[in-house]
Write a protein that binds this ligand. Structure first.
Ligand code: BMA
Length: 382
């Protein structure tokens, strides 16, 4: 290779890194930018493990200091912590009765330990006053000029206040914000069937613009996350991109996929589910590569873990056996309600398998990551 070629290759590498680090918010804080750059690196090394409401409650306990079912089973916290701010404008606790003050404390504690926080928003219907599942035409009425725009702004202002208060001292904690998820399904008022694609896109763009430009929030990465159950296998990509607001409005290409991992409503044999699961991950991996974004499995899980080897059999092994080296930054399982937990407590029959999952070099828990908020210093310890 001559010198000119080497220089040319170096330039390409440099331009690639530049392209990759382009955020929805070009003025994002340095720590937010560093986190984003590190997500690309982490995704190449392994998959971080995430859990919804991990520190808030678990199997048989509620808001006890330091507790976490994941920690008590594996000896480490998850690397990624999911939260939800549904009802932030109307109550002191969210739709699942998690105290917002405590949520701030847990978000801060997570950040200080080096973990990542991601926030979804099961937003009540601004038009009817009903909950997220109130399936009536709403989106067009809450856009600028719509009859209930003011009501939406009140909710958005409250969300902005919460996001602004995610601080550790003077540092604004970087947050992966994941609003209006699973919009290709029809179970939420912002979903397909209750809104046009155009209005959904307008709502997303308006929301991002408002938080970034009007509220000046500089600590957010934006995650888009359709649901796999409404993406036909023969047109996955098209299904995924229904309502996609555009590359300038999305940092993370998420996917919610309970469908292919043993959910009772999907009656395919397990092997076929594994195949479809991998195809869905390949899709976000490929799209992320094409668009210079980060891919993540933003929600998954099997409620109650009736399959003891669920973590290795449905998640880890299929990913390891895949012919493509999938770059997926994290996989997050849902919350541990007593009746429907997604991670095993330490005496549960699925605990051994979960420990095996944690010990595998591919999975990254809190003890495996370091310095995600610093440039060029991120460490993966496994
Ligand atoms: C859903 C269910 C609901 C919950 C909501 C927000 O998937 O777990 O019970 O209220 O998420 O956490």
């Amino acid at each position: 290779m001559n010198r000119l070629t080497i220089h040319f290759l170096l330039l390409i590498c440099f331009l690639n890194v530049q392209a990759q680090s382009k955020l929805v918010d070009p003025k994002a804080t340095r720590k937010t930018k560093a986190l984003y750059a590190n997500l690309f690196r982490v995704a190449e090394e392994g998959i971080m493990f995430g859990h919804e409401d991990d520190q808030a409650y678990g199997y048989g306990w509620w808001a006890e200091k330091g507790r976490s079912d994941v920690m008590e089973t594996t000896g480490t916290y998850p690397a990624v912590h999911g939260w939800d701010i549904g009802r932030v404008s109307t109550q002191l606790f969210n739709l699942d009765t998690v105290d917002f003050k405590k949520m701030h404390r847990w978000i801060k504690a997570t950040y200080k330990r080096g973990g990542i926080n991601t926030i979804s928003w099961h937003l009540d219907n601004p038009k009817t006053g009903g909950d997220s599942w109130e399936r009536v035409e709403t989106v067009k009425h809450i856009l600028p000029g719509g009859s209930h725009h003011k009501e939406y702004l009140e909710k958005l202002d409250a969300a902005a206040r919460f996001l602004k208060r995610c601080r550790a001292g003077l540092t604004r904690i970087p947050i992966v914000f994941r609003p209006f998820h699973e919009h290709n399904g029809s179970w939420f008022w912002w979903g397909k069937g209750h809104t046009s694609e155009e209005d959904y896109i307008a709502l997303w763009r308006f929301t991002v613009g408002y938080l970034r430009d009007q509220k000046g929030l500089r600590n957010l990465l934006y995650a888009y996350s359709p649901d796999r159950s409404r993406m036909p296998m023969d047109s996955l990509r098209q299904g995924y991109l229904w309502g996609y607001p555009g590359d300038e409005y999305v940092d993370i290409l998420g996917l919610d996929n309970y469908w292919d991992v043993g959910r009772a409503s999907n009656e395919k044999p397990l092997e076929e589910q594994n195949g479809d699961f991998i195809e869905s991950l390949k899709l976000i991996h490929e799209l992320a590569e094409e668009k210079g974004k980060v891919a993540a499995l933003t929600e998954t899980g099997l409620a109650g873990l009736p399959m003891n080897e669920w973590f290795t059999r449905m998640i880890l092994n299929p990913v390891k056996e895949c012919d493509v080296d999938l770059n997926i930054a994290w996989v997050l399982v849902w919350r541990n309600r007593f009746e429907g937990f997604y991670t095993p407590h330490k005496d549960h029959a699925a605990a051994d398998d979960f420990i095996k999952f944690e010990k595998d070099p591919m999975t990254l828990f809190e003890s495996d990551i370091q310095n995600l908020y610093k440039f060029n210093k991120a460490l993966i310890r496994k």
